[in-house]
Design a protein around this ligand. Sequence first.
Ligand code: DGJ
Length: 723
Amino acid sequence: MSIYFDEKSKIFYLESKNLTYAMGINRIGQLEHIYFGKRTGRDLCTGIYTQGGRSHAIYIIGDDEKRYDPTVIPQEISTPYGGDYYEPSLMLEFANGNRRSDLVFDSYEILKEKPALEGLPALRHGETLIVTLKAKTAKVVLYYTVSETASIIARSMKVINEGNDDIRVNRAYSFAFSLPNRDWKATFIAGGAGAEAHVKSTILDRGVFTLDSKRGNSSASVNPFMAVGREATTENEGEAYGINIIYSGSHAITAERTPMGLVRLTGGLSGFDFSWKLEPGEAFQTPEAVLAYSDEGYSGMSRQFHDIYRSALIPERFVKKSRPIVINNWEATRFKFTMEKLRSIVSTVAGTGIDTFVLDDGWFGKREDETSGLGDWFVNEQKMEGTLKDLIDFTHSKGMRFGLWFEPEMISRDSDLFRAHPDWAMQTPDEDALEARRQLMLDLTRVEVREYIADVINKIIRENEIDYVKWDCNRDLAEGYSLALPADRQKETFHRQILGLYDLFDRIVNANPDIIFEGCSSGGSRFDAGVLYYFPQIWTSDQTDAPARAKIQYGTSFCYPFSAMSCHITESPNRRAKHVTKLYARAALAHMGATGYELDTTKMTEEEIAEIPSQIAAYKADEDLVFNGDIYRLASPFGDSNYFAIQVVSPDKKKAKLTVMKMNEAFNEPEMRIFPKGLDEDTLYEVAELEMTMSGKSWMNFGLYPAMPSGDFETKVYRFIAK
Ligand code: DGJ
């Protein structure tokens, strides 16, 4: 049993793989956070936090027996105005203006099957503990899910109004826990479109450190992920906690060092300008947070996320399935294509192993550039010089499947849809609607908008043989106003938009279970676990320059598995970076995810085209290993080593693959030795690329020299095969 309640001590134990998470009902009925970390015995105690004693503490219960100091005691969910001075997880406002809501334990229940989170993506299974607390007329239900295969806990909260008056929920985070007074450091992935998932870190000293997005999008600026480790924690050694919110909208994760030195972590759906009106009998469900623990460094933490996302988040039907190898026309043609050009891109690579042609932006409405057409999901047969069916038939005749691009959440001012329904665009009354990439966003809080968009897109999908859809989203929300909501619900707009998005995913993605959907948002601006609940893969970045991608994919792997990263081989010199890279180097990076090609194939040399079949054969041979293996990051492109090195080891340890890139040529640089991890000590592994066979323990302790030729961005792949 992995969820256990000790009646005597009143402590709940949640045990997932190698971790224990414990909380207890204390003397005054509050739910105290006790412990989160490496597996302990079921013999912990409550009350440890009061032992230090504090002066000027607030004692909310006068009785000495029940003395309780809220300034010191970590809460499972913290609320303001009851003596807990730190970042609250839950802020309620009752009809009389009372905003104090001390939570008191009411009951608990253990469920073998996890209940679904209504309207929100979440882990699909796992034994679940439900703890009910009460604060005046509000019932607060905490959900905790455990896993046998990964050291993670999933948490969410539901607030129910049991009174006769409205309650305002002014903040509703998904989790809170506190770490002891030690040297903690936060590590996170942040950047921008084209520079997604750059790894950054900061020491957690006194004060509040918040990672958030206020963009209505999980965003490339700050991913909804935070790792917290000791200052000495490295990629493969030391304690590391991970937090990820399964949510695609504005979010926040906060770390606060209290005067006692504890670090309280809390977060979830952003509380920025948020207020949700809860009428009597209504419930508000928060998104789910996934909390991971490892004592094997940040790579160990990543393995927990990868494991649980593959086994309980990403649609099951795609997890083990081989992915299409696409040729996408975007980088080759942008909006300017002809039927002849598209056909020649397809013909050039027919028979190479590339199996799906994806037609990107520009095939619909009056879409010649960014300024028009979004929302008019009708084939522009004039521009296409034929029907969509003509192109699909041609693609099929070349032995390939067909994929199509959509941007369902958007509307162009210059579109028939906008002319017919100007109020369907998000806008603030008496203000100019804010355009980004020359487009407006549809108001997905309105069901009629969702119904319309789902109908037109499903019609195209139904009437054509489409095997793959790329779902793009090229702007953030910006405006926090919906013409469809009353004034006292405007602060619900951002969250309602995301609930609408998930409903739209449901109407389109779940209605077409045989089609593979790829998420995209100006590259990786919405690379999050909410999207992965519906889509098995996401376009990782519009930056496709191999060394830049090395950084982006390295950072993305902190939380998300390789099977989720869509990675294409593009042209050299790179369109933006102008870096010249060898085709095999670009392929090595693009093979660390769901691979594809995105370049003008008609401009490739005969030798390059001839190289494609062997590249694809190599990719296919490693696909299962890369998608389902255990990650070990061995050298960071953000560090001083000048190298990128990531190894993946198959779960049975019979195979491993190590990809190494030298970021820049350096004259007379110090020795670079890479120490593989995760191999079986006593198994002999042959590495054909080095013509060497050694035991796992020799490879791991002696290491290997990548022996790179001179030149920037040189890349090598080493395969370890058990003999
Ligand atoms: C942004 C995406 O990231 C690109 O791959 C491409 O699909 C364009 N949008 C199309 O407008």
